[in-house]
Each structure stands twice: as C-alpha cells, then as structure tokens.
Design a protein around this ligand. Structure first.
Ligand code: ADP
Ligand code: ASP
Ligand code: MG
Length: 441
C-alpha cells in the first residue's frame, strides 16, 4: 500500500478536496491518505491561541467566528445531500463550540495543542464524509489513537506500527484510509503535534510503520526545485535526489519537504515521491538511496543564523578544547549547524538563539568571542564526493563577489555550505542559479 500526503494547499477549498478525491480514486488501488488542515487554518488556530495567551478572549472570538463562517460555506459547497450537509455541519459546529470554550484564565500548552489539532480533525472528517457520500468505502483512522511521541519528542515507532496496523485491520476492505497529519499524543496521553509543517513527517513515519511501497508528498509545485522558487527566477524541478541530498535541502530551507520527514523513510528504505496536485501527471521528484554521479543538484538557504567565533591561541592546541566548547552548547540544548576550525579559533553557526547570552558568557571563559547575527546558510547539494574535481570550486566561483563568513565542505559526500549575510542571500541564490544551472559564467 502507498501512503499519500496532501498538504494544506491541496485541500485548501471544497473544489480542491474534490480534485484530491478524484486523484486518489483514479487507479482503483487501496491507499493510506494523510491530510493537512485546509491552508490558512493552522495559522488561524495559532492566532486564536495567541489571543488567549494575551488575555484577549474577544480577539480569539473574532478569529473563531470568521473561521466558522468560512467552514459553514465549505460544507454547503462540498456536499450534495442534506444528510451529509447536516452531519458535517453538526461536526463543524461542535468543533467551533469547543474552540470557543477556551478562556484566557489558566490557558496553557496542553490547551494550545488541543486547539492546534482541530484543523486536521476537521479536514479529514470533511474529506472522508465526501468520499462516503459519493459511495466510496472509506475509513477515517484517528491519528490520536496511534501516533505517539516519546519524551524526547521522537516517534514511538513500535507503538505506532502496532496500533496503525490494528486500525487498518479493524476496517478491512476499504479502498481509501484517511488520517490526520501533524497531530499525535505524547507519553502522558495529552494531544501534541509534530511541529509546524509536520504532516510530511506523519506520512513518512506511517510509511515506515506499515512498510509502505512508497510515500508520496503531494503539494502545489512539481517537486523539489533546484533553487528557492520564492526567491529566484528560472528554477527547475530536480527529478531525482538521494535521501541525504533531500535532507540537506529540506533542513536548509527548501520548504516543500519538512526536514524530519526524510529519516524514517530512509531508515526503512521506502522511496519518497514529491508530486504536484495541480499537475498530477508531472513526474515530480523521486527520493531514494541511489546517487547520481557527477552532478550539482540544487541550492537552498536558511535564514536567521547566528555565527559565533571563539579565538584562543592558548587553549586550542590543548586537547579537550572542542569538547569543552561543545559541552556548553549541549548543556543549553542548542544544536550547531556549521563548524569551521583553525589552529587559533573555532567558528560555529546556530539558529536557536534562546540561550545565546548564556552560551557566549560561558565561552568567554575560554577565549575571545565574536557574534555575527542576521546571517544565512547557503547549501549547495549534489555529488560532492571529495575525489570529484571542480564541483566546490564552481560554487565558490559563483559566489566570488559575495563576502563569505564560513565555508563547510567534507562533512558529507553531498554538500558544501557557505555562511553569508542575510542581506546578500537573494544575490547569492540568483548567482548560484545562473552559474550552476543556467550556464552563465
Ligand atoms: P504544503 O502545504 O503542501 O505542505 P508547503 O507550503 O509546506 O506545502 O510547501 C510547498 C512550497 O514550498 C512551494 O509552494 C514552494 O513555494 C516552497 N518551496 C521552497 N523551496 C522549495 C524548493 N526548493 N522546491 C520546491 N518548493 C519549494
Ligand atoms: N497544518 C500543519 C501546519 O500548517 C501541519 C502541516 O500542514 O504540515 O503546520
Ligand atoms: Mg508543508
């Protein structure tokens, strides 16, 4: 069985929901379909929680009633029989009454997560009901009954495998199984989630859990592009990526795929295909464990990076210096993205600056510390095996007019990364696109 995930844009209107249903029914094969909330809904739910945290019940109420009106219109448009219109409207009314029941007093993280879960609960109910109304044998599998994260916020694969299977077995012979992306429970049984954009992760976890033949991520663009289509003109879809190339691109800003989504599929060796709901026949991007030799594939960029340099001529040659530096980051649970060393100093980049001041204060015990903020990592991905000639120099040549703070190469066979100023990002991405993919000198 294949696992197919449709993102917010793919189920963003009643018409899109109908299109998705047509698409999943076309080949007559049994499928497990993971859905996001309709586009914009999770943002609205976040807004509601922000009003509640801020003590503004009326503000939350406004967002809730706007959303309620929108969904009421969707219900009227999606179903053709009164029976289904009434059934789904009742479900929607219950959900919105639930949203309206929260109050700012004692509003907490558990309640926030309950609110954020409603988008996927609604979209999956709408789509399953639509399929059933059109006579399809479809079952809605409640993700909250089998998606579980452990205390390290990692998926509890054993529990998920066992319980997802159980759910499938309890609903034999259905053509389509639908479930919610993004939402799960934690070890205390409370509703939780896999972080924004996490529906991709659900699909990958479930694909691995049920040993799917393939995991398909359907969105509004025809696959992973060779550069960020939001920033650069003339980007093109890349037709094939190794899991590690895809992971680098996703982690370094290619939003089409959530970075956590690669690992479960790679581990279970299940191919992932990125496909376009608006153009279902387009080949998209296939991600698997094979490498295409001698090719630079794509570029991605990650903003909001902070670079930290520690210089210490006294300490560096002494063994154990790097351990001390890393322990400081570890004690503040802050992960390092890039690292470069010399005899007298170490430069590192981080994106989580929650504990920057404490980290810098501790690092100062060991040397002189400099911090550069508003930086950006540019990641060039492809067959970067060190014995290949010329690949890293082509990327460097493209960036010759841009000040580069750090370069990291050799950490994997698949990438070279540059740290530059965020204000130079657009220029750098455009130059890389021109030189690496569009034949300019
Ligand atoms: P969904 O709602 O389906 O999960 P997302 O909005 O999360 O979709 O991701 C799709 C968007 O990612 C695309 O519309 C595109 O603008 C953006 N994107 C950013 N970088 C890339 C890239 N390298 N390749 C393809 N899309 C990208
Ligand atoms: N609905 C969630 C979000 O908007 C999860 C997802 O769509 O992947 O972040
Ligand atoms: Mg997404």
């Amino acid at each position: 069985m294949k696992v197919l995930k449709f993102g917010g844009t793919s189920v963003g209107s009643p018409q899109r929901m109908k299109d998705v249903c047509k698409l999943i029914l076309e080949d007559g094969q049994q499928k497990l379909v993971v859905l996001s909330a309709m586009s914009g809904t999770t943002n609205s739910l976040v807004e509601i929680t922000q009003y509640l945290y801020g003590g503004n019940k009326a503000g939350a109420g406004d967002v809730i009633s706007r959303l309620r009106t929108k969904y009421t219109q969707h219900v009227a448009e999606l179903y053709s029989t009164d029976q289904y219109k009434n059934k789904v409207q009742k479900f929607i009314d219950d959900k919105f009454d639930f949203l309206a029941s929260f109050s700012p007093s004692n509003f907490d993280g558990d309640q926030e997560k309950e609110i954020l879960a409603q988008g996927e609960l609604i979209s999956t109910f709408m789509v399953t009901s639509y399929l059933t109304e059109t006579g399809i044998k479809a079952a809605l599998l409640p993700a909250l009954d089998f998606m579980r994260i452990n205390n390290d916020e990692e998926p509890d694969m054993e529990f998920i495998s066992e319980n997802a299977r159980k759910q499938l077995d309890q609903n034999p012979g259905c053509q389509i199984y639908i479930t919610q992306g993004f939402i799960c429970r934690n070890m205390s049984g409370a509703v939780d989630n896999l972080k924004r954009g996490g529906s991709d992760y659900t699909a990958s976890i479930l694909g691995a859990a049920i040993k799917a033949d393939e995991i398909q991520i359907w969105t509004d663009i025809d696959g992973m592009h060779n550069n960020d289509p939001r920033v650069v003109d003339k980007t093109e879809a890349v037709r094939h990526l190794h899991f590690e190339e895809a992971a680098e691109l996703a982690y370094f800003g290619a939003k089409i795929l959530h970075p956590t989504c690669v690992q479960p599929a790679k581990f279970a060796n299940i191919p992932v295909r990125l496909l376009n709901t608006m153009e279902p026949e387009a080949p998209g991007t296939l991600i698997n464990n094979t490498t295409e030799a001698d090719k630079i594939k794509a570029v991605a960029a990650k903003d909001n990076i902070t670079a930290i340099k520690i210089k210490s001529s006294r300490m560096l040659l002494a063994h154990g210096f790097l351990r001390k530096v890393f322990e400081i980051f570890e004690s503040y649970r802050t992960s390092i993205d890039m690292i470069c060393t010399s005899e007298v100093g170490v430069s590192m980049s981080i994106d989580d600056t929650k504990h920057l001041n404490e980290i810098v204060a501790e690092l100062k015990k060991y040397g002189t510390v400099t911090v550069d903020q508003d930086m950006c990592i540019i990641c060039v991905v492809g067959d970067m095996d060190w014995e290949n000639l010329g690949f890293e120099s082509r990327a460097m040549e493209a960036l010759k007019d841009i000040p580069v703070r750090m370069i990291s190469y050799g950490g994997s066979n698949y990438n070279i990364s540059f740290l530059i100023k965020e204000s130079d990002k657009k220029r750098a991405l455009q130059r890389l696109s021109d030189v690496l993919f569009n034949g300019k000198e």
